[in-house]
Design a protein around this ligand. Structure first.
Ligand SMILES: Cc1ncc(COP(=O)(O)O)c(C=O)c1O
Length: 372
């Protein structure tokens, strides 16, 4: 039996009628960009998170890029982010002309370590970009404190954190702006690319609305230099349907994560940890072992689709060689890149798959973990 890492068709089959109805509504209206669906989705997503405003854009990378521009990041400024992030976070920084600066991560949560962040901030730092990696929120209070002391902005990377929360407040409402991706495999995914920025301040929302639409304040009046990055009406209509199920799907992920925790207990494997202030959406179920590459191969031989998020730390990627970082600069992030392995997890995944995956891991590690 093959066990895929993720699978989107079962979920589509469950909501197909609603999705087709939503898409038909768009076709019947004949309005495809920046219309009723986008406005309605923005309102619904803002309400879901408890954010004052939401602006739909073309992707998560663009959400980060435009949020950085909106808070005033300019060429030559520095933006600090986590060394173990997904590369698009860094692409968004370089797209503004700013210089990415990295900081190491916390050993337990693999999110931005506030002490390391404090060291990385300089007088050129214009923004901090904490990444709620795997759906685990960053420790936002000390991060906000550092930002406040230096009068710099905080843009949260929420691409993996739809429905996650920090001390009861939703990710996306904890900084100056929250950037979301609706890439199909995200907890809230479109059927194509999409993204959104959530903000508390009306002025920022207005600037983002202009930035995504050629800098227009009204038709053919361009008040700032913008680009074209909009959430299209079909994706917005689909997201309106899917948003209604986000909590249910996150709940199904939580059940599966708990089952993994039980099935893998006792094995020589580091299981994901959740800080006591965190509500996690279980975007990824990431375990750690120093035999990672061999385990990955073993699982592949058993037909199990595990993945690595991510095998190379951002500061060691060839594209960012010019920044002057070297191996050893961020030891926690670098070790994590060698040890992490993401196990199959999606809301519709049969619970029996977890028993199979855990059995395969147990055979490999030769442990005596509890059987379910
Ligand atoms: C942490 C993180 N940041 C940014 C992105 C970029 O999102 P998108 O693929 O929608 O551009 C992703 C998704 O791939 C991500 O996982």
């Amino acid at each position: 039996m093959r066990i895929p890492f993720g699978e989107l068709s079962t979920q589509f089959a469950a909501i197909e009628g609603e999705v087709r109805e939503a898409m038909d509504r768009v076709f019947a209206r004949g309005w495809y960009v920046l219309g009723e669906e986008d406005r309605a989705f923005e309102k619904a997503f803002a309400a879901y998170l408890g954010a004052a405003h939401c602006v739909g854009v073309g992707s998560g990378t663009e959400a980060l890029h435009l949020a950085l521009l909106a808070v005033g990041v300019r060429p030559g400024d520095e933006v600090v982010t986590a060394a173990n992030t997904c590369v698009p976070t860094v692409c968004a920084i370089t797209a503004t002309g700013a210089v990415p600066r990295f900081a190491d991560v916390d050993e337990a949560t693999l999110t931005l370590d506030p002490a390391a962040l404090a060291e990385a901030v300089t007088e050129r730092t214009k923004a901090i970009l904490p990444v709620h990696l795997y759906g685990h929120p960053c420790d936002m209070d000390p991060i906000r404190e550092i930002a406040g002391a230096h009068r710099i902005s905080v843009i949260e990377d929420c691409a993996q954190a739809h429905g996650s929360a920090y001390r009861g407040r939703a990710c996306g409402t904890l900084g100056d702006a929250g950037a979301f991706s609706f890439y199909p495999s995200k907890n809230l995914g479109a059927y194509g690319d999409g993204g959104a920025v959530t903000v508390g301040e009306a002025g920022l929302a207005e600037r983002l609305g202009q930035l995504r639409n050629y800098g227009q304040s009204e038709r053919y009046i361009h008040v700032i230099k913008g680009c074209n990055s909009r959430l299209d009406e079909l994706q917005a209509a689909i997201l309106r349907v899917k948003l209604k199920y986000l909590d249910t799907w996150n709940g199904a992920r939580a059940e599966r994560a708990a089952a993994y925790g039980e099935a893998l207990a006792g094995l020589p494997l580091r299981l994901p940890e959740t800080a006591d202030w965190a509500t996690v959406n279980h975007h990824l179920y990431v375990v750690r072992t120093d035999r990672r590459d061999a385990l990955l191969e073993h699982l592949a031989n058993d037909g199990i689709g595990a993945l690595i998020h991510y095998p190379v730390a951002a500061h060691l990627q060839p594209a960012f060689r010019d920044l002057g970082y070297k191996a050893g600069d961020f030891p926690v992030a670098e070790r994590a890149c060698k040890e992490v392995i993401s196990l199959p997890l999606y809301p519709e995944m049969p619970m029996a798959h977890i028993v199979t995956v855990a059995g395969s891991i147990r055979r490999f590690l030769g442990g005596t973990g509890r059987r379910r």
